[in-house]
Structures are given as C-alpha cells and as structure tokens.
Design a protein around this ligand. Structure first.
Ligand SMILES: NC(=O)c1ccc[n+]([C@@H]2O[C@H](COP(=O)([O-])OP(=O)(O)OC[C@H]3O[C@@H](n4cnc5c(N)ncnc54)[C@H](O)[C@@H]3O)[C@@H](O)[C@H]2O)c1
Length: 310
C-alpha cells in the first residue's frame, strides 16, 4: 500500500513515517519544513520504500496523489498563540490546506484520510470531564476552530464523494522529536530548560490540566485507524488529567533536583482543564503504553542524545 503523510517531517508525522515503514508500507512524506526538520527523517531516508516531497498544503499539487491509497494528514499550523495573532494564516493552512488535499484526493480517487485533529482544542471549556466524542464542540481559539472546520470538511467529502475518514482527536502529545524550543509541547520545553539549568515558565498558577499522551501511543492509534477504524471521530489520549504543577513534580522526581519554576500571565485561547474519554478507541484495542514517568524518560534520553551529537 502507498501512503502519503503530510507534515511528515514534523514531530508526530516523522514518528508515524517510521512506524509505517516498519510495517512495510511505501511512504511519501510531504512537508514545507516550516517547523518540521529533515533530521527527523534521517532514518526513513535510508529506506528504499521512502520518498520526500517538499511543498505547501496551501498550494498542493494533486499529482502527488497519483498511486497513493491513503493519506495521513498531520500538516498544520499548530501554535495556538500564533492562531490568535494571525488567524488568517492559521485558517489558510489548516482549513484551506485540508480542502486542497480533499479536492486532490477526489480527483485521484484516494480512498481514505486519517486526520490529526485536536481533542485539546475543539471541545473548548469542558461541560463535563472526561470529554467523550459526543461532547459539544465550542473551540475558544482560532486554532481549535480551524481544526474543527477541517473535520467538518472531511465529513462533507465523505458524504459527497465517499472518501473514508478517521478523525483522531489527540490529547497533548509529547515524546522524542518534539521541538524543545517551540511554542507548544510543555514537556519538551520544561525538560530542555531544566537540563540547561534554566527555570521553566508556568503560565498562570499551574493548576491547568491536560491529557498527556506519548507520541508512540498516538502512532499506534494511527495504525489502528488505518486498519480497524472507519468514518468516525476518536479521542486519542491517556484518559487522565495532569496539572502543570504535577508535571514539574514528576520532572523533579526524575531528575533528582528541586525545581522552582517562574510564573507568567496565563495565555489566551487555552482551556483550564481537559481530559479525554478514550473508551471508543479502546474498543478496537487501543491501550496507552506509556505513563508520564516512563514517557518522560524517552524525551530525556532523546534530548541528551541530541545534545551529545552537537
Ligand atoms: N502535538 C500535539 O500535542 C498535538 C495535539 C493535537 C493535535 N495535533 C495535530 O497533530 C499534527 C502534528 O502536529 P505536531 O505536534 O507533529 O507538529 P509539528 O509542527 O511538528 O508538525 C506539523 C508539520 O506540518 C508541517 N507544515 C506546517 N505548515 C505546513 C504547510 N503549509 N504545508 C506543508 N507542511 C506544513 C510542518 O513543517 C511540520 O513538519 C497537527 O495537525 C496538529 O494540529 C498535535
């Protein structure tokens, strides 16, 4: 089977590319390298079943899909704050880019899309916790609105043209290859700061909670989506809530030192609490394998290895 992974040079995308190659798929990664990096694809590039195409979803060349059986759509503008400061850019990439892809899929008869949606952003401030897939969707940021709108277009292309789809609504994904200098990804950012002797910055009082899910579990969810799921939305998280203050405690336990964070003003567009009900995807065999401590160790190892190579 031939697969296209948009955003394939990114954090989730590149981990997914590796897993697809391990499962003997032929994989093309498509990315404009705005936040993705070719170094994430160093291993994949050695595989004869892998190819890379540099390009932008805002200007997608449909011919790329010639011979492709399914698309994993990871490419996106992912920074909530950027979506607040430049909502039009966020819309162009996240909605316009998805429509370009869907139009191209229709023309080239590509049967299935697995879409990286966001359980952390589309439900908005929860009316109950954990949020299941039937929870009302009331995003509070342009990013949440654009991720949700893309889900809606995918649903319309299913109804109109019969393209199969799976919306995977990720929690807060963390793990190796997340940019520790980026704007998203509190675990990578905190661990990197602490390893460099700096204080992590907590926005607000640190009581805000998230559902942290390891990237290898998210990749497993994507493989399940390919194989066992069709035409629906599924939360992919660990199913429990962890506060930022608790994250700092776990990092202290792991690194063996007391951490005194700095505090800054809370950020616009972010919810106070979120936790995902993952019963629906569990029914087809999804089981998160990483608890936070084990998961953080994989990030620490990755950052340490990266620093050694410098
Ligand atoms: N990381 C998370 O916690 C999280 C949570 C929920 C949903 N998601 C979704 O998962 C997907 C992957 O996110 P990630 O964390 O790996 O982020 P990432 O920034 O590492 O990956 C996104 C990739 O898309 C590429 N890209 C961005 N704009 C593009 C464009 N216009 N054309 C082509 N490529 C473009 C980037 O270069 C990057 O490689 C995104 O769709 C994101 O919305 C992520």
């Amino acid at each position: 089977m031939d697969i296209l992974v948009t955003g394939g040079a990114g954090f989730v995308g590149s981990n997914l590319v590796d897993a697809l190659l391990e499962n003997d798929f032929k994989v093309k990664a498509f990315d404009n390298l705005s936040t993705g990096r070719m170094e994430n694809l160093a291993g994949a590039s050695k595989n004869k079943n892998f190819g890379f195409i540099k390009g932008d979803v805002r200007d997608f060349d449909a011919k790329i899909l010639d011979g492709i059986d399914a698309v994993f759509h990871e490419a996106a503008q992912i920074d909530v704050r950027k979506s607040v400061s430049d909502p039009k850019y966020d819309l162009d990439v996240n909605v316009g880019g998805t429509i370009n892809l869907l139009e191209s899929m229709r023309k080239y008869d590509v049967g299935k899309i697995v879409y990286a949606s966001s359980g952390g952003a589309i439900y908005g401030n929860p009316q109950y916790l954990p949020c299941d897939e039937e929870h009302p969707t009331n995003p509070i940021s342009p990013y949440g609105a654009s991720k949700l709108a893309a889900e809606k277009y995918i649903g319309i292309y299913h109804e109109t043209y019969g393209i199969d789809y799976v919306n995977l609504r990720y929690g807060n994904v963390y793990g190796p290859r997340q940019d520790p200098l980026g704007e998203a990804g509190v675990i990578a950012i905190f661990l990197n700061k602490i390893l460099n002797g700096q204080k992590p910055v907590i926005f607000g009082d640190g009581s805000q909670t998230r559902d942290y899910v390891h990237v290898y579990d998210v990749v497993a969810g994507n493989l399940l989506a390919m194989d066992k799921l069709n035409n629906g939305s599924f939360n992919v998280g660990c199913g429990s809530e962890t506060s930022v203050n608790r994250l700092v405690e776990i990092i202290s336990e792991l690194t063996g030192g007391k951490i005194t964070p700095k505090h800054a003003e809370e950020r616009k567009g972010e919810v106070q609490r979120i936790c995902l009900d993952i019963s629906r995807i569990k029914k087809v065999g999804f089981k998160p394998r990483y608890d936070l401590k084990e998961g953080m160790k994989t990030v620490l190892d990755w950052i340490n290895n990266k620093n050694k190579q410098k």
